[in-house]
Design a protein around this ligand. Structure first.
Ligand SMILES: [Fe+2]
Ligand SMILES: [Fe+2]
Length: 215
C-alpha cells in the first residue's frame, strides 16, 4: 500500500507553518545533525578582534536564516514535487550551518542579528517569486545563491582573525557544503539566470550583510 502524506494544507496552514519555521530559526536553537566543526576555542583576546569575529559570524548566521527563508519560499511555489522535496532537503541541511554559527556566537560572547525575522520573511517572499519563474529558474536561483554564499565565506576567511581557529574551521566546512549544494542544484537541472538577477541578488545580500554585522 502506498503511504501518502495525509495532511492537506490550506494556505493559512502553510503561512502558519512558515511563521513557525521562521521564528524557530530566528530565536530557538534547532540542533544541528552534525557536531560543530573544530574544537571549542577561546575567543580572540583583543576585544576589537572579538567583536569583529562576532560581527562576521552574525552575518553568516543571518545568511543561513535567509537561505532557510529562500528555500522555504521556493518550495511554496515549486511546481514538481521532486523540486519541492530537493528545496526542503537543502533548507534542512542549512540547519547545521545555522546551529554552528549560533554556537560560535555564544562562544564569542555575542548573539544573532535582531533583524533575523525580517531577513527570513523577506527571503520567503523573494524565494516564492523565484519559484513562480518555474522549477529550472528556481534551481538556477539556488545555484546562484550558493555561489554567492561561497564567495562571502571565502571573503570572511580572509577577514576573520588569524588565531580564531574555531570560527575559521566552521566557515571552511560551510564553504565546502555550499559548493556541494550548488553542484546539486546544477545537477538537478538549474537554468542560467538572466543577467540583472544575480546583480540584484548581490545588492540585496550586501544590504543584509552590511546591517547584520552590527545589529
Ligand atoms: Fe549554508
Ligand atoms: Fe547551502
Amino acid at each position: 500500500m502506498r503511504c501518502m502524506d495525509p495532511r492537506v494544507l490550506s494556505p493559512l496552514d502553510r503561512l502558519l507553518e512558515l511563521a513557525d519555521a521562521g521564528l524557530r530559526a530566528s530565536f530557538a536553537r534547532p540542533p544541528g545533525s552534525r557536531p560543530t566543526p573544530g574544537k571549542p576555542a577561546s575567543p580572540p583576546v583583543d576585544p576589537g578582534l572579538r567583536r569583529h569575529a562576532a560581527g562576521l559570524m552574525r552575518v553568516n548566521h543571518a545568511g543561513e536564516i535567509a537561505a532557510q527563508g529562500l528555500y522555504h519560499g521556493q518550495a511554496l511555489s515549486a511546481r514538481r514535487p521532486e523540486t519541492r522535496a530537493a528545496l526542503r532537503k537543502a533548507a534542512a541541511e542549512e540547519g547545521d550551518h545555522l546551529a554552528w554559527c549560533r554556537d560560535r556566537l555564544d562562544e564569542l560572547g555575542s548573539g544573532p542579528s535582531l533583524l533575523n525575522p525580517l531577513w527570513y520573511a523577506g527571503s520567503v517572499a523573494i524565494g516564492a517569486l523565484a519559484g513562480l519563474a518555474g522549477d529550472r529558474m528556481s534551481l538556477g536561483f539556488m545555484a546562484e545563491t550558493e555561489r554567492q554564499v561561497e564567495g562571502h565565506l571565502a571573503d570572511h576567511l580572509e577577514r576573520l582573525p588569524a588565531d580564531d581557529t574555531r570560527s575559521r574551521t566552521i566557515v571552511q566546512q560551510m564553504q565546502a557544503d555550499e559548493i556541494g549544494h550548488g553542484r546539486a542544484a546544477i545537477a538537478a537541472g538549474a537554468a542560467t539566470l538572466p543577467e540583472p538577477v544575480p546583480k540584484l541578488m548581490r545588492l540585496a545580500a550586501r544590504f543584509m550583510t552590511g546591517t547584520a554585522y552590527w545589529i
